[in-house]
Design a binder for this molecule. Structure first.
Ligand SMILES: Cc1ncc(COP(=O)(O)OP(=O)(O)O)c(N)n1
Ligand SMILES: Cc1nc(C(=O)O)sc1CCOP(=O)(O)O
Ligand SMILES: [Mg+2]
Length: 230
């Protein structure tokens, strides 16, 4: 994301006309707990289709567990050109030399995170269903903003339910990429892509997939390809 310095690059997405708007991409969020077998599952998933970014989100894990997990998956992600984003913790993002950090509204000051991480590291900010928060995040220098939860999700307790039109609104007023999150599956994602999501952030649909995570990644890849350029 250079703005997430990877292929593809968040910042390059908006230098073009509407007709050539880049296709939406997949932003994977980790399973809630880290299992020693996860690296092999991750590799199989990344073999199945393109992923732009991976967020390490291990709520409830100790700092040491998060750092260990981050150290193991970092070279795997690098091998697939997938950006590593650390949830909640700018300090760990710095320690891991991650590509970015994701901050919720309660996760601390954006300017402090920027001062710690510099401008080469991407900062994403949760904006729920709020146009006001999105504009504020833009003013604070966010590299992407996230709206959600678009659908019911068992991954996190959520209270906000944006309408997909917020994605289109944001795309018309800002060049900062937007991420759609919350209960997204290959079956329900099309309206979010068509509304203007630049990234689909997905956890449960992939890691709880009935067959295997790779099959779900493949299904997202097919959908994203199908909707590209519409
Ligand atoms: C891409 C993305 N969007 C939103 C969130 C949620 O962040 P937050 O509100 O801080 O909640 P937690 O994930 O920390 O429980 C996210 N992590 N990623
Ligand atoms: C981490 C998170 N944040 C949300 C928000 O609305 O801000 S929804 C959510 C859960 C995302 O996982 P799944 O794809 O399993 O629903
Ligand atoms: Mg958070």
């Amino acid at each position: 994301m250079s703005k997430i310095e990877l292929d593809p690059d968040f910042s390059s997405r908006f230098d073009a006309s509407e007709e050539s708007r880049p296709a939406a991409q997949l932003y994977l969020i980790s399973p809630p707990t880290y299992d020693p077998g996860f690296p092999e599952i991750l590799k199989a998933a990344l073999d199945a289709g393109p992923v732009a970014a991976f967020q390490l989100r291990l709520k409830g894990a100790s700092d040491m567990e998060i750092m260990r997990a981050g150290s193991v998956i970092k070279p795997i992600l690098a091998a697939y050109d997938v950006a590593l984003i650390v949830n909640d913790r700018p300090d760990m993002a710095k320690e891991l030399e991650a590509d970015g950090v994701h901050l919720g509204q309660e996760d601390g000051d954006v300017s402090e995170a920027r001062a710690l991480l510099g401008h080469a590291v991407q900062i994403g900010i949760t904006c729920h269903d709020s146009r006001h928060l999105a504009m504020q995040a833009g003013e604070q220098g966010a590299d992407y903003i996230a709206f959600g939860s678009f659908y019911d999700t068992a991954t996190k307790e959520t209270v906000h339910r944006p309408d997909p039109s917020i994605l289109g609104w944001w795309s018309t007023i800002s060049e900062i990429p937007c991420v759609a999150i919350g209960g997204i599956t290959p079956e329900n994602a099309a309206p979010l892509i068509d509304a203007g999501a630049d990234f689909l952030a997905v956890s449960g649909a992939v890691w709880n997939h009935a067959e295997n995570p790779a099959a779900c990644i493949r299904a997202f890849a097919d959908l994203l390809e199908d909707r590209a350029g519409r």
